[in-house]
Design a protein around this ligand. Structure first.
Ligand SMILES: NC(=O)c1ccc[n+]([C@@H]2O[C@H](COP(=O)([O-])OP(=O)(O)OC[C@H]3O[C@@H](n4cnc5c(N)ncnc54)[C@H](O)[C@@H]3O)[C@@H](O)[C@H]2O)c1
Length: 292
């Protein structure tokens, strides 16, 4: 069998780059499709020097351009003889500001990079994988910004919601070909995109984000690699949130609603409006004031 290969958009930086590292570790040939030539060339040189040899290549690609994406898919097939995995990691923050002020061109740019690209990749990689007849895996990047309105900026979040739903829809279309389509939905991950360090995130860690340590690119890349592997052979159409528990926690209403007695160190049972008595069993020390 020819070598397995992966095409990773946005593979020069952040979570795309960490995904490239995971696939190289697994013996894949990898093509990085990215717009930033300088960073991509540096990334390729680093991987090449650290044992990947000629299994890692770069093709300058604007993922929002159909001809570019189609060429990146063809190049991957030409370099390694086949295409097994597409990871759609390229992304930008895009338009921001009040909806009444956002320029249409900035809104469209955001949708082109974030959502149109995933359609283009699915179209062209899907064609090749279908023709190969040996299945395949597509892993998209959503965002927790797609899941609630108070997290990210408008165009980006709405486009990411599109990515997450396109993931589900494409999974149906490609299931007969054994091509699985899934997504990761990252929380706050310390990459060049957000430009924050774990120190900057200190107020969030263990509070808004329940896990008390910062999310790093490899936390997400590990899930990307899993979704693209045979270990995930029965998973398709799924969006896996990788956010240190932030979405599980939901709005942090604390003591405001339901008058949560646990926050005052009380343990017991609330029997609601049943007519039966509610009881307090004991009082315990409150260890983490301010968290749930
Ligand atoms: N960092 C976070 O907290 C976070 C949270 C949720 C979702 N995401 C998403 O995760 C993905 C990876 O982001 P990251 O944080 O690793 O960012 P990053 O900035 O480190 O990497 C993104 C890469 O995409 C490339 N890119 C941008 N536009 C492109 C285009 N038109 N064509 C080709 N390449 C292009 C950039 O050059 C860069 O190398 C993105 O889709 C992002 O929206 C990030």
């Amino acid at each position: 069998m020819t070598q397995q290969s992966a095409l990773v958009t946005g593979g020069a930086s952040g979570m795309g780059r960490a995904s490239v590292a995971r696939f190289l570790d697994r013996g894949f040939g990898v093509v990085i499709a990215d717009l930033n030539e300088e960073v991509a060339q540096r990334t390729v040189a680093e991987f090449t020097d650290h044992g990947a040899g000629d299994r890692v290549r770069f093709v300058r690609t604007d993922v929002s351009e159909e001809a570019d994406f189609e060429a990146a898919v063809s190049r991957t097939r030409a370099e390694f003889g086949r295409l097994d995995v597409l990871v759609n990691a390229a992304g930008v923050g895009g338009a921001f500001g009040p909806l009444t002020e956002i320029e249409v061109a900035d809104w469209d740019y955001t949708f082109d990079v974030v959502l149109r690209s995933v359609f283009l990749g699915t179209k062209h990689a899907g064609r090749v994988m279908r023709e190969q007849g040996t299945g395949g895996a597509i892993v998209n990047f959503g965002s927790i910004g797609a899941q609630a309105a108070g997290i990210g900026v408008q165009a980006y979040s709405v486009a990411k919601a599109g990515v997450e739903h396109l993931t589900r829809m494409a999974s149906l279309e490609f299931a007969p070909d054994r091509i699985r389509v899934n997504a990761v939905s990252p929380g706050i991950i310390t990459t060049p995109l957000i430009g924050m360090t774990s120190d900057d995130l200190a107020p969030v860690l263990g509070t808004i984000q329940p896990l008390p340590y910062a999310g790093v690119a490899d936390h997400v890349a590990a899930v990307v690699s899993f979704l693209a592997s045979e270990e995930a052979a029965f998973i398709t159409g799924e969006v896996i949130t990788v956010d240190g528990g932030m979405m599980a926690a939901g709005p942090q209403l604390g003591d405001l609603v339901n008058n949560n007695p646990a926050l005052r160190g009380l343990v017991g049972v609330n029997r609601g409006s049943t007519g039966a008595r509610s009881t307090i069993h004991r009082k315990v020390e409150v260890l983490a004031e301010g968290t749930r």
